[in-house]
Design a protein around this ligand. Sequence first.
Ligand code: AMP
Ligand code: MN
Ligand code: MN
Length: 339
Amino acid sequence: MSESNRSPENATFEQIGEVLRSHHSFVLLSHIRPDGDAIGSQLALGFALMAMGKSVRLINEDGLPENMAFLSGSERIELPPAVPLDVEVAIALDTATKPRLGDAALHAASNAGIWLNIDHHVSNPKYGDLNLIDSTSPATGQILYDLITRLDLPLPAESRDAIYVAVSTDTGSFQYPSTTAKTYEMAADLVRRGLDVGTINSQTYDENPYRRLELMRALLNTLERTPDGLVAHWTMRDQSRIDLALRPEDSEGLIDVIRAIRGVQVAVFFEELPDGKIRVSMRSKDRRYDVCQIATEFGGGGHALAAGIRMPGPIEEAKTRVLKAIHRRFDAAKPSPLS
Ligand code: AMP
Ligand code: MN
Ligand code: MN
């Protein structure tokens, strides 16, 4: 749609509900390299809409990651078809900027007349016709839980489990400070609705492929810490992907290992992608070290405590540029004592 029609304001739940109720065909999209919140959000809203009798397609540029295949209904996640879908409404979920949906996914959704944008990234520029951006929410899955329950839409078992996994994976298992009483109340409600906590946590966290641990070993060999101990970083070369037969999701979440080092305020993961671009993942423990601001300097985005960048290589140059930017900002933040 045209720039001038874009609403900078959030829509109400009722306005979103009106679009959902009054249309029949939907395509639900999420970001490239999808994580638990991306896939979980697609399944959560997708199965609620299917239970309303709607025609729903769930498309992701990179398809379903292997580590999310345990979610029931996940076989509905498809790669983008070559020909644009005949759908009325496209819904972008958990996706900070429209290009992060991916070119093929955007092409597949290009016939949609209405775009909804539901997300929790503070950097989201509200690129939908109707937007529901709540940066206080720890996960898009929690926004969808609010939406579904407040609008009294169906919440089938697939949606229930997907919401739990979306929120669990985006909060580091309900640990990050974005986790609120509301989050635990939501989780309690999902358990009351029949969610099997032991099984779903075990499926989410106790099923690492061996190659993921081999990757961790390779990463540990590259671990470095700045002399002041504030920043820890490690690096994955594309060669590791080839040597260990890695899948894109194998590196997901490993950054938490270096985030957990005592004294470290910011953890950075540099990953060389097959196309030569560099994926930079950043985590912070302290809002004074807002990694989203650093990501934004390089055209990336995310949240204050978790943000990412895709930038040109070569990797050594990317590392130097990002680490310099971090230090520039942190030196400014230093006057206030850290501990
Ligand atoms: P990651 O480190 O990839 O897990 O990403 C951390 C957070 O930042 C997630 O919420 C991502 O959606 C967001 N993010 C990662 N990369 C980018 C990017 N290139 N542009 C905008 N947001 C990003
Ligand atoms: Mn995500
Ligand atoms: Mn998310």
